[in-house]
Write a protein that binds this ligand. Structure first.
Ligand code: ADE
Length: 226
């Protein structure tokens, strides 16, 4: 079982970070003609930044990571290309976080081939070991304090990974799951929230409960072994 520090990010933090980005971009004098939101993590921040800048021109570009939640070794690749004519236009590429920096670099390098007038990049969070430094970021995270940020739009996906890893070791009651989430990830959850999360994962067929103990479904265990 992996022991990875994690933090549950709140919507208020998202709102604050995106509002800081908006202020920084406006104050810098840069006026993007198009905002590119990197799917999937950059979508919500890009939409909020569009509002900050009062711009409607939001475009999507997808990068994908090969790897598991909270692993730093997944390789990034571009999925699809920008179709819009961006030549001579000022663009702003937005993502949630720069960690390795691979996704933003890929997106930046691809956008550059379309001869835009200007390219700038923005993320809410920047981990300072990233090989790519965004032009704007709302908060810098020291590499020695590396954390997996569980963003509200990735809550069930990440929690499902952490919880299923715990249950793959052995079926456990809710209080044991709560204690291992705390021990392995520093995640502290109220009983109610963890209960609702487990119920959702159960409805989705990812975990099941028998006689007070939760377990991963057999198919999930088998996938893990493959
Ligand atoms: N994506 C890449 N690195 C991340 C991190 N540390 N937290 C959340 N999402 C990420």
């Amino acid at each position: 079982m992996r022991s990875i520090p994690a933090k549950l990010v709140t919507w208020d933090e998202i709102a604050d970070w995106c509002s800081s980005l908006g202020r920084m971009i406006v104050d810098s004098g840069y006026r993007p003609d198009a905002v590119i939101g990197l799917a999937r993590g950059g979508w919500v921040p890009a939409r909020l930044v569009c509002d900050e800048l009062v711009t409607k021109n939001l475009i999507s570009l997808k990068t994908q990571h090969w790897g598991v939640t909270a692993s730093r070794d997944g390789k990034a690749r571009l999925v699809g290309e920008l179709q819009e004519d961006l030549s001579g236009r000022n663009i702003l590429i937005v993502d949630d976080i720069t960690d390795t920096g691979d996704s933003l670099r890929l997106a930046h390098d691809h956008a550059k081939t379309l001869s835009p007038g200007g390219i700038r990049t923005a993320t809410m969070l920047h981990i300072n070991h990233s090989s790519f430094v965004p032009d704007y970021y709302a908060s810098e995270v020291d590499k020695d304090k590396w954390t997996w940020f569980v963003f509200p739009w990735n809550y069930y996906e990440d929690m499902s990974t952490f919880i299923r890893e715990i249950l793959a070791e052995e079926p456990s009651p809710e209080r044991e799951i709560a204690s291992l989430l705390r021990k392995n990830h520093g995640i502290i959850m109220t009983e109610g929230r963890l209960g609702r999360t487990l119920s959702r994962l159960e409805i989705l067929g990812l975990v099941r409960q028998i006689e007070g103990k939760w377990s991963v479904l057999v198919e999930e265990k088998e996938k893990k072994r493959r």
